[in-house]
Write a protein that binds this ligand. Structure first.
Ligand code: NAP
Length: 265
């Protein structure tokens, strides 16, 4: 399933990163800047986004920024096309996401949260991946990266919107990967476990096998270099994924229902 880097990627082309104002996206921005890649960085918080961009420019690369709320999917599609027109994209990394789950005091997840997660974690990144493909396919090269989560592998009763939105993204990425492979455009789905970022710091309780954001960024960039269709890290979550498929449903239900989880606002 792996392909040659040289034919798939134009080393001088821009790297688009959404969610670049924080966490994994910011680390990816600095990593690609250190490699000498010009960048298009998207975020919502303009101040933090400009701080990330300033540090990236310290590596001597061209960096453009865009503050945009991904709740507006149509605006995101138009903005991606506009950015590709002025700065042709070699890699589009769709890292922005929301990690909300049911709060301890709530009986069910809040309807507004479910809608936000559906848009920001699934609908807009999938539409942006399609827009990126439209731009890249005529050039016969490029790479799209969708950041999902290991939560996609399990039905989490306290995070139905998160696990559901990431499961949707996973299925989209798998299908898009097959559709685009013969056209010279790679697709990598990334399914991380816990990574130490502002998102995971809001989760109350244990975060087993926690990775640092710089380590996560290095693993993601390596997977892109190698045109891996799916990166799951750390490895233990691949094992848990397999176990989830083998355990009979009544037992799985009991285990998943027993997990206690909460988050701070
Ligand atoms: N950290 C983990 O443990 C973990 C585990 C599995 C998967 N992931 C996934 O990894 C990705 C990156 O997360 P992270 O850990 O780096 O979290 P983070 O530090 O909270 O960063 C999330 C990024 O997404 C952006 N974002 C959120 N809502 C947005 C919206 N409506 N419009 C535009 N941008 C929006 C944020 O922008 P602003 O800050 O500017 O608002 C921020 O740049 C996410 O897709 C997440 O689901 C994370």
């Amino acid at each position: 399933m792996t392909g040659k880097v040289s034919s798939r990627m134009d080393e001088g082309a821009y790297v688009l990163i959404t969610g670049a104002s924080s966490g994994i996206g910011a680390e990816l921005a600095w990593l690609y800047a250190a490699r000498g890649r010009p960048l298009v960085l998207w975020g919502r918080d303009r101040t933090r986004l400009e701080d990330v961009a300033a540090r990236a420019r310290g590596f001597g690369v061209d960096v453009h920024t865009r503050a945009l709320d991904l709740m507006d999917g149509a605006a995101a599609i138009a903005a991606l096309r506009e950015d590709d027109e002025s700065h042709p994209l070699g890699i589009a990394i769709l890292a922005a996401g929301l990690g909300d789950m049911r709060r301890g005091q709530d009986v069910v997840e809040r309807a507004e949260d479910v809608l936000r997660l559906g848009l920001v974690n699934y609908a807009t990144p999938s539409a942006m991946a399609a827009a990126a493909a439209e731009c890249m396919v005529p050039r016969g090269r490029g790479h799209i990266v969708l950041i999902g989560s290991v939560a996609a592998f399990h039905a989490l009763p306290f995070a139905a919107a998160y696990s559901g939105s990431k499961a949707g993204l996973k299925r989209f990425a798998e299908a898009q990967q097959m559709a685009l492979a013969p056209l010279g455009v790679g697709v990598t789905l990334v399914s991380p476990g816990f990574v130490d970022t502002p998102m995971s710091r809001r989760v109350v309780g244990a975060k087993p096998f926690l990775q640092t954001a710089p380590v996560a960024a290095r693993r993601i960039a390596r997977a892109v270099d190698r045109n891996r269709p799916h990166l799951v890290f750390p490895f233990v979550f691949s094992v848990l994924r397999l176990v989830d498929t083998l355990v009979p449903w009544p037992l799985k239900r009991r285990i998943l229902s027993a997990i206690k989880a909460d988050q701070t606002d």
